[in-house]
Ligand binder design. Structure first.
Ligand code: ADP
Length: 333
């Protein structure tokens, strides 16, 4: 799906790799987070120690992986990458941790999806750079302490609310990444267009940026589609080309795609604007609740089309207006 920042093809992973900023200075936007990170890295450098553990929280595609790579790059340390779903047992984590070299940066994407038993092992590892390895079973089981090399854990999560407190508390610094402003996305796009060698005007950049859901990954992805369109069309990356390309891919002027529109349509027409529970919405559009909660909902809330209430999700006045509908009109639909 064009605007689902979680779905990535092999080609896109390679494409993204080429566009990834390699230093904090190149990283666009998130000024506060950049400043805080810089301070944390500088302090560690002065004391010649590993930087504190860092938690990066926010919707997919906002730059969490990129920041983890930058932390390693800026401190001249090696980087090892893994993810929560790859750590299904404490043993999986023990294998990763015991192989770390001194000072290594360990990036764990989707850290909220790690196995519970591994989480407990991680507490001790983060705090004391050691783990206890269980050997044997039942009454004969013993634990053998194992010292680890000092490391910096960089955890990323789209759902910081799902992290147990003891884990959250062990990060020295938590950065909450925010959706990007249109101006910032224009900068991301300008940089990407230059790297890709795509000549494109300011007006066309603005048109792409305003349809990118505040998300650099989506901005870059739309740019790629526009580049393809311009290539085939032969007319260059004009505003008209942007509009035609994005219409072709069902991305509307607010950046809503088919799934966003399906959610809004169900909410407005079937539930007369709500309130309705997230799971009900997910089932109604045939999508996983997690995708609705971490990808669709944050954006619809941010642009003010829906709001969260204790009784469920409701459409706002702007939500009704964007779809040209009003309450009660389709209640029997
Ligand atoms: P996440 O890990 O949060 O899902 P990524 O770090 O993989 O997101 O970022 C997705 C892509 O978006 C990257 O490949 C990069 O090209 C681009 N990107 C993300 N943040 C920025 C930024 N601040 N400046 C420039 N490009 C960015």
């Amino acid at each position: 799906d064009l605007v689902d920042p979680t779905a990535q093809s092999e080609a896109e992973i390679a494409f993204e790799g080429a566009l990834r900023p390699r230093s904090l200075a190149e990283f666009v936007g998130q000024r506060k987070v950049r400043g805080q990170l810089q301070l944390l890295l500088d302090a560690a450098a002065i004391q010649d120690r590993t930087p504190d553990h860092i938690l990066l929280a926010g919707p997919p595609g906002l730059g969490k992986t990129t920041l983890a790579m930058i932390v390693a790059q800026e401190t001249g340390r090696p980087l090892r990458m893994t993810s929560g779903p790859a750590i299904q047992h404490a043993g999986d984590l023990a294998a990763v941790l015991s192989a770390l070299v001194p000072g290594e940066v360990l990036f764990v994407d989707e850290i909220h999806r790690m196995a519970r038993t591994a989480e407990e092992m991680l507490y001790l590892a983060m705090e004391d750079f050691r783990i206890d390895i269980m050997v044997g079973k039942g009454a004969g089981a013993t634990s053998i302490p194992l010292d680890l090399s000092p490391f910096t854990l960089v955890g990323a999560t789209t759902r910081s609310g799902l992290l147990p407190n003891p884990l959250r508390d062990r990060f020295g610094f938590t950065a909450h990444l925010e959706f990007y402003e249109t101006e910032e996305l224009i900068e991301v796009l300008r940089r990407a267009a230059a790297l890709l060698g795509v000549p494109i005007g300011e007006e066309a950049l603005l048109e792409i940026a305003s349809r990118s859901r505040g998300t650099p990954r989506i901005a870059n992805r739309l740019l790629r589609r526009v580049r393809d369109f311009a290539l085939v069309d032969g007319g260059g990356a004009s505003v008209e080309a942007v509009r035609a390309a994005l219409d072709l891919y069902d991305v509307d002027e607010l950046g809503l795609d088919r799934l966003d529109r399906a959610v809004m349509t169900v909410l407005l027409k079937r539930f007369d604007g709500g309130p309705v529970g997230l799971n009900t919405l997910a089932v109604s559009v045939g999508e996983e609740a997690d995708t609705i909660e971490s990808v669709v909902e944050p954006f619809l809330v941010r642009i003010g089309l829906i709001s969260r209430t204790p009784r469920g999700r409701v459409a706002t006045r702007a939500g009704w207006a964007h779809f040209g509908l009003s309450r009660g009109q389709d209640a029997l639909f």
